[in-house]
Design a protein around this ligand. Structure first.
Ligand code: FAD
Length: 390
């Protein structure tokens, strides 16, 4: 049996049953798109600190954005499996620049589920075509994990909200045309006073700070955002006022599954590359894989990545049936991110000095993976979520 994870339908744990043949046909299409439109340019985009808008338009035209969005609004009306395939191809090629999953699987679902019909018709078809790029702004300079402590406010004035505050670390922040801003509409009510309000780029008083310099994810733009008396119509509110926190809780499991799916594929692919390197690289007259220490490290890594593949696919299957719980999503994110970081560190070590060179994929993957333990809720917050169920 061929377990090469780079082959469709295969994994370290054997044939994958979570996808059907339509999913795998879609994978072929996604893979061709990545090989042509993304892989050859990604190193340059890392130097630029951002991907060009053109790749968003190309992805939209190729049907790679918003696969789950209903056809009525320009999507494919497909299941999360199609999104997972795009996430896996990002991990397989280690091309982490295009923020497609954030846009398609995190931002768009809020708008599709909670915006007014008028706003859906205005924004969603353009989001599916890549003409409007989305972002979500929860984190502020003074808080990230503790959402109820956010200080950005949205004050109701007639038919408008007036937003004041600032956000930071916002992915797609430079490119974003539409930002879901989390703000307090009832500052005295803690988490029960948070609302989600859409703010289009170009609205007076809304400014973007610099593209933040990061230690990894170099092709992904990440920004500070500033709001000074920004007036948006009340029609830009998502769902009901003061219910924002419950909407975030409802959607965060999918965001966490995105991170787990990426980790599972990343571990399989980087293991394979490291094994290839270790077979080729000679030290003391033998391939470095022939040193028992390295072989055992790789054997442990293979065992762990195999186990995580089974669990990640289990969570993916649950999510496809609408049964993924907050707790299991947190478990998948915690295990995936922590294991990926441990394994990538060992893989880098086995590459020796070349592992530290940016031209070798493992070094970049190692730096990119580090944030998995921080964003989407840190590992400590995942433990809190799991701990509450004990
Ligand atoms: C590259 C990147 C992209 C990002 N993209 C986005 C985005 O698009 N939108 C967005 O809104 N945010 C985004 N973030 C922000 C990210 O979600 C936050 O950084 C994260 O939630 C942690 O918040 P913080 O940085 O404020 O850390 P803090 O909350 O200040 O935490 C500091 C440390 O304390 C720990 N800690 C906090 N609370 C507890 C607790 N109760 N128990 C134990 N330990 C605790 C944390 O785990 C962490 O180790 C991004 C961050 C990065 C780095």
């Amino acid at each position: 049996m061929d377990t090469n994870p780079a082959l469709p339908g295969r994994s370290l744990a054997g044939p994958r049953t979570v996808y059907n043949s339509d999913h795998e046909m879609f994978r072929d299409q996604v893979r061709r798109f990545f090989e042509k439109h993304i892989v050859p340019h990604h190193r340059q985009w890392e130097r630029d600190g951002i991907v060009p808008r053109s790749v968003w338009l190309e992805a939209g035209a190729a049907g790679l954005l918003c696969p789950m969005l209903s056809e009525e609004y320009g999507g494919a009306g497909a299941d999360f499996g199609y999104s997972a395939i795009i996430i896996e191809e990002i991990a397989r090629t280690n091309c982490t620049g295009p923020g497609f999953p954030l846009h398609s699987d995190i931002v768009v679902p809020y708008i599709a589920d909670l915006a007014s019909e008028e706003r859906k018709r205005e924004w969603l078809p353009k989001m599916a075509r890549g003409e409007i790029i989305g972002a979500i702004a929860m984190t502020e300079p003074g808080m990230g994990s503790d959402l109820k402590a956010m200080r950005t406010t949205a004050r109701r004035e007639g038919d408008h909200y007036v937003i004041n505050g600032s956000k930071t670390f916002i992915s797609n922040g430079q490119l974003a045309d539409l930002v879901i801003v989390c703000a307090k509409t009832d500052p005295a009510a803690g988490r029960k006073g948070i609302s989600l309000i859409c703010v289009p780029a170009g609205t007076p008083g809304f400014t973007k700070g610099r593209n933040l310099e990061k230690i990894g994810l170099h092709a992904q733009d990440t920004s500070e955002l500033f709001f000074e008396d920004v007036r948006v119509p009340v029609g830009n509110l998502l769902g009901e006022e003061n219910k924002g926190f419950s909407y975030l809780i409802r959607n965060l499991p999918q965001e966490r599954l995105v991170i787990a799916v990426r980790a599972a594929m990343g571990m399989e692919v980087m293991l394979e590359k490291t094994v290839d390197y270790a077979k080729e690289r000679q030290a003391f007259g033998q391939p470095v894989i022939d040193f028992q220490h390295n072989r055992f490290k790789l054997a442990d890594a293979k065992a762990q990545a195999t186990m995580f593949r089974v669990f990640a696919d289990h969570c993916l299957a649950l999510h496809l049936r609408g049964e993924l719980t907050v707790e299991l999503a947190a478990t998948a994110k915690l295990l995936g991110a922590e294991m990926q970081n441990r394994l990538f560190d060992d893989f880098l070590q086995i590459h020796g000095g070349y592992g530290y060179m940016a031209e070798y994929e493992i070094g970049r993957a190692w730096a990119d993976a580090r944030v998995g333990r921080i964003y989407g809720g840190s590992s400590e917050i995942m433990r809190e979520i799991i701990g509450r169920t004990l």
